[in-house]
Design a protein around this ligand. Structure first.
Ligand code: B16
Ligand code: MG
Length: 216
């Protein structure tokens, strides 16, 4: 049978967190805010606007809407320069074989990401063609853990939310999937993603038997 298979982007398909970090760091540095690698963890799965507010909060910096808008544009321009050079070798290990398996088994595949840059990233790394639907930061009003992004993704591929499979690396994303009645699969640290229905460290951990049970 068929069900929707929904992939998060950053931390699941590619590691763009490092580029977000470099771009945010420039803004933070300029404002005299200490923004460390640990702080960057707080931004995973979080929207661009919310990310800026978190960074400003770290430095107790208050800013006008005008300044914030300017920094958001600057951050994104910088980020776009980094992702410009992305290639297929930046796809995380094991992802492409799973996409191929799902394709061969006629399963609908969708993206469910908070990023407004999802489409160009999939294009750069050469896997846009696997996706039947893309729901990203341009299409949703409510951020994860609200299930909107995943509900829209299932709807776009014409599948029920119930039983859809979601691959996620963030706690909020796992919660969103669970609220939607979907099968949540945590990619990464099991201790952090302990609300997920299943956990793997990365996509190489999926056995063919497990994948087969999902598409039967
Ligand atoms: P953009 P995901 C998220 O992607 C990132 O994890 C998060 O750090 C970023 O702020 C957000 O996208 C927005 O990205 O500035 O490109 O719109 O994990 O939901 O795929
Ligand atoms: Mg993510």
């Amino acid at each position: 049978s068929q069900r929707a298979f929904i992939f998060d982007l950053d931390g699941v398909i590619v590691d763009t967190a490092k580029y977000h970090y470099l771009a945010w760091q420039k803004i933070a540095n300029r404002l005299g805010i200490d923004f460390t690698h640990e702080h960057n963890e707080l931004l995973k799965g979080v929207s661009r606007i919310r990310s800026l507010d978190i960074i400003l909060g770290l430095g107790n910096v208050e800013a006008s809407q005008e300044d914030k808008d300017k920094w958001l544009v600057e951050k994104n321009e910088d980020y776009l320069n980094y992702i410009e050079h992305m290639q297929a070798d930046e796809i995380l290990v094991g992802v492409v074989p799973v996409l191929e398996f799902l394709r061969q088994n006629n399963q609908p595949i969708a993206l469910g990401s908070a990023s407004k840059n999802a489409r160009p990233i999939l294009e750069k790394v050469g896997i846009l063609h696997f996706f039947d639907a893309i729901v990203d930061g341009n299409d949703v009003t409510n951020a994860k853990p609200d299930p909107e992004v995943f509900l829209k993704a299932a709807q776009l591929v014409g599948m029920p939310a119930e039983g859809a499979v979601v691959f996620e690396d963030s706690v909020a994303g796992i919660q969103a999937a669970n609220i939607a009645g979907m099968v949540s699969i945590g990619i990464g640290d099991k201790a952090i993603l302990n609300e997920a229905r299943y956990n793997v460290a990365d996509f190489t951990e999926f056995s063919t038997d497990f994948l087969q049970t999902l598409v039967n």
